[in-house]
Design a protein around this ligand. Structure first.
Ligand code: 5GP
Ligand code: ZN
Length: 114
């Protein structure tokens, strides 16, 4: 999608600190980290603006995303616990409308979140 920040990160016209990737998923560090480990995992293709647009056809992509998140968490030694979050809509804090999942860890994570 031409005017999408995360599509530009996938394409490389906006730089990012890449952490890992698979065929369908790119993982890079959040520019404004909310925890010592704060990685964003996104599908390389703009298949959805947010999680509310996901369907069965996205199953493989989502499985790949979750698997890569677990690998990154293991690599970062987040044995104390980590969290995956996806914000849906501006009211929930979504600011980039290319589906993405936040991986947070490296500090105590309260529950429920604020
Ligand atoms: P959302 O608020 O939509 O759930 O998450 C979007 C995230 O993207 C935010 O945590 C924000 O800090 C991050 N972000 C915004 N612009 C950039 C950027 O240019 N590069 C990187 N790496 N992260 C960004
Ligand atoms: Zn996009």
């Amino acid at each position: 999608m031409a005017d999408c920040l995360f599509c530009k990160i996938v394409g490389g016209s906006i730089p990012s600190e890449r952490v890992a990737e698979t065929e369908r998923i790119l993982a890079f560090r959040d520019i404004n980290p909310a925890a010592p480990t704060h990685v964003l995992l996104i599908p390389k293709e703009h298949v959805a603006d947010s999680a509310e647009q996901l369907h069965g056809e996205h199953g493989l992509m989502l499985a790949e995303l979750f698997g890569l998140a677990a690998e990154i968490a293991a690599e970062a030694h987040l044995e104390e616990g980590w969290r995956l979050v996806t914000n849906v809509g501006a009211g929930a804090g979504q600011s980039v409308f290319h589906f993405h999942v936040h991986l947070l860890g490296g500090r105590p994570l309260g529950w429920p979140p604020g």
